[in-house]
Design a protein around this ligand. Structure first.
Ligand SMILES: [Zn+2]
Length: 386
């Protein structure tokens, strides 16, 4: 209905005339999607002024492509940097132009009906399953003993960002110099996002290459970065509640952007027909994957030592094994399919029967090679490698 009212609207708002009519219609379609999302319980659409529009799209069959030139109706032929070729036999579908801090981007959706859609693999054909534990120091710990680094892109740029932020805030308000300074600041943020996304795509592809089924934990990230509750004494005076320390942790959590990572893993998995499962991470860091004993004291920072059976492992890898096992149970696949690292079980003194030998185990993670675990046995105060 609104689409048919567009000619009337164009008279009331003359600046609409400069915009290509299909683009306006496409925008109404976006609004429709926004309202559909709202009725599915995903928040009310946000009103956008002209300044807040960062992108617009053309419907299928309106945009033409020729080597590194693109024809945008009512704008004309334009040159663009062609980052990748469009494969033969594909039709151009919706084309979206968006403005980012470092320039204009064009995203082209393509379709070829002859290419069969990838179907999810049959559960009986599953060869390998991998469990993943999300973390801050290590972005991912995999059940096969692999640790994927967290490059902390935001933290790396934090000094430069603070400098540019300060410069921008000292410029005269509303001046063009201030505008330029803020544009420079925005380019850093753009760079951080680009770096992070690149790393996430590579991680997602690595996981899909590794296993047919990927088990992820279902984290409540919103709950994790919630502010600390305000503390007051009896006179209503506010006391320290640890929020300043929490703020630093929240910043680190946000820098990981686990939500975006899991989204990418899910999309890459769907593309290659792999299966992605979310499991509740409750007790996965406390439970012993060897005997099933649950105790809070099992875990000591990066070390996991089962107080029941003496199973020793890297805490994150051990959690990822538990996550993998949980995922296998929900899918009903046998546990032998889980990619698992071989880990050592050091029996407790009561089990070996000798009481004069005091055994405790220490775990050392070499700084250069985080996967190497060195095990020591303490015999009469001396460390003996075992
Ligand atoms: Zn145990």
């Amino acid at each position: 209905m609104q689409s048919s009212e567009l000619p009337v609207l164009k008279k009331a708002r003359p600046w609409y005339k400069a915009i290509y009519s299909s683009v306006l219609q496409q925008n109404l379609r976006r609004l429709d999607v926004a309202f559909k999302n709202f009725f599915d319980g995903r928040g009310y659409p946000k009103f956008k002024t002209r300044q807040r529009f960062k992108s617009f799209s053309y419907p299928p069959n309106q945009v033409k492509l020729e080597s590194n030139k693109i024809y945008l109706p009512s704008i004309g032929w334009m040159r663009f940097f062609k980052s990748r070729n469009i494969p033969d036999g594909f039709n151009l579908k919706t084309v979206t132009i968006s403005l980012k801090a470092d320039g204009w981007y064009v995203s082209i959706r393509i379709e070829n009906k002859d290419v069969p859609q990838s179907k999810p693999k049959d559960l009986k054909q599953v060869q390998a399953v991998v469990g993943c534990d999300l973390g801050i120091k290590k972005l991912l710990a995999l059940s096969n003993g692999e640790l994927i680094e967290n490059p902390q892109f935001e933290k790396r740029q934090s000094r430069r960002k603070a400098i540019r932020q300060r410069r921008a805030s000292r410029k005269k308000r509303g001046s063009s110099n201030q505008k330029k300074a803020y544009a420079k600041l925005a380019r850093i943020d753009q760079k951080i996002v680009n770096q992070r996304e690149d790393h996430q795509w590579k991680t997602a592809h690595h996981l899909v290459r590794l296993a047919d089924v990927i088990v992820l934990e279902d984290l409540n990230i919103q709950g994790m970065i919630r502010k600390c509750r305000a503390k007051q004494d009896e006179n209503g005076k506010f006391l320290k509640n640890g929020q300043s320390a929490k703020r630093a942790l929240n910043r680190l959590i946000r820098d990981c952007s686990w939500g975006n990572l899991t989204e990418k893993i899910e999309s890459v998995a769907a593309k290659f027909g792999s299966i992605c499962v979310d499991v509740n991470p409750k007790f996965t860091s406390q439970k012993c994957s060897h005997c099933g004993h649950i105790e809070k004291e099992n875990r000591n920072k990066e070390r996991f030592l089962c107080l029941n059976c003496g199973f020793l492992a890297d805490a994150d890898i051990q959690a990822s094994i538990n996550i993998g096992i949980k995922g296998l149970k929900t899918l009903g696949i046998s546990q032998s399919k889980l990619l698992m690292v071989n880990q050592k079980v050091t029996p407790k003194p009561e089990m070996t029967g000798s009481s004069d030998r005091e055994i405790s185990v220490s775990l050392e993670i070499e700084p250069g090679n985080p996967q190497q675990l060195n095990l020591f046995e303490w015999v009469n105060g001396e460390a003996i490698p075992c």
